[in-house]
Design a protein around this ligand. Structure first.
Ligand SMILES: CC(C)(COP(=O)(O)OP(=O)(O)OC[C@H]1O[C@@H](n2cnc3c(N)ncnc32)[C@H](O)[C@@H]1OP(=O)(O)O)[C@@H](O)C(=O)NCCC(=O)NCCS
Length: 287
């Protein structure tokens, strides 16, 4: 363990250093296993951090050693269930306890702020992160397949997909509470404002929504049909892809039959509140 490691809240001017470490950490582990990196370059990671480090919906920390940043971690605090990530440690200092300290810092914060639970998504091929999270108390909940491509079917019968509007928020949040036991209303409201959120309508009812068909977006539907309507409504998914619960065999096989390709296997893990969802869903890379 490097001596004198301190953990402190992240500041917007930490973004460039954290972006560089994040890009290097993800690209080295992914390349070593023959997978494409989650971030195409350090600038994309720095850009993400610069918005997360100044967003009050997120709690972010950095690890420092001798005045130099050696890692960072972020926790989404916009819902009663918190979502962790990205967490990265400088590849030259990995496996020496820094990641554990960065995780403990956000888990302590979740306890102090009364979170109902904490969730995250890890790269299934990464032995170290799997072991670290499991030893911190995270349970394995769901195998996921990150999928990318354009579906052959371009719409689903009986379903209309359109941009979400503020007036749709109540129906979407009610759907989320029904299926997951809690809503992600703040995240949805931000997505509507950004213009990335979509809803599915069958008749005059909203039966599904997505904050974005992308790595950082989540989707919820009454049934697989609602998710299929969302998935067919776009030509591709933002970032590495969408996360399909692999045990949803009907949806997974439908995605494969529609030409989507598996990019990498991932795993949803949780500590605290977790209920088996009672509908169809795609988690984001956070949860
Ligand atoms: C994942 C990451 C943040 C962890 O940080 P780290 O500083 O390397 O991790 P730590 O040293 O604190 O903890 C690793 C733990 O896993 C254990 N471990 C490592 N490889 C293991 C293996 N193959 N089997 C069992 N345990 C293993 C270590 O012994 C250590 O446990 P300990 O604290 O009980 O000794 C860091 O490795 C990283 O940046 N990886 C690349 C990016 C990434 O994958 N981020 C996570 C996205 S989900």
């Amino acid at each position: 363990m490097p001596s004198n490691v301190t953990i402190r809240p992240a500041r917007p001017d930490d973004s460039a250093a954290c972006g560089q470490i994040c890009y290097q950490a993800f690209s080295s582990i992914s390349t070593a296993h023959g997978f494409p990196p989650d971030f195409p370059g350090p600038d994309v990671a720095s850009g993400l951090f610069s918005s997360l480090f100044s967003d009050h919906g997120f709690y972010a920390v950095v690890a420092e050693c001798g005045g130099r940043i050696i890692g960072s971690n972020v926790m989404d605090e916009r819902a009663v269930v918190r979502g962790v990530g990205p967490i990265t440690v400088d590849p030259g200092i990995q496996n020496s306890g820094v990641g554990r300290q960065l995780m403990q810092a956000v888990m302590d914060r979740a306890t102090q702020t009364g979170a109902a639970g904490v969730r995250l998504v890890q790269a299934a091929f990464h032995n170290r992160s799997l072991s670290l999270y499991a030893s911190l108390g995270f349970d394995i909940r769901e195998p996921l397949s990150c999928m990318q491509g354009r579906t052959r079917e371009r719409s689903m019968p009986g379903c209309t997909v359109r941009s979400a509007r503020p007036v749709d928020e109540d129906a979407c949040n009610e759907l989320s509470r029904h299926i997951h036991g809690f809503d992600r209303g703040a995240e949805l409201a931000q997505a509507i404002e950004r213009g990335t959120a979509l809803v599915v309508q069958r008749g005059d009812r909203i039966t599904g929504y997505t904050t974005e068909l992308a790595f950082f977006g989540h989707s919820t539907g009454e049934t697989n049909l609602d998710l299929q309507a969302l998935i067919t409504s776009t030509d591709g998914f933002g970032g590495p892809g969408i996360l399909v619960p692999s045990r949803n065999n009907a949806l997974f096989r439908w995605c494969l039959a529609n030409g989507l390709r598996v990019v990498q296997p991932m795993t949803l893990m949780s500590v605290g509140l977790y209920g088996e969802p009672s509908g169809a869903w795609l988690p984001s890379i956070l949860f």
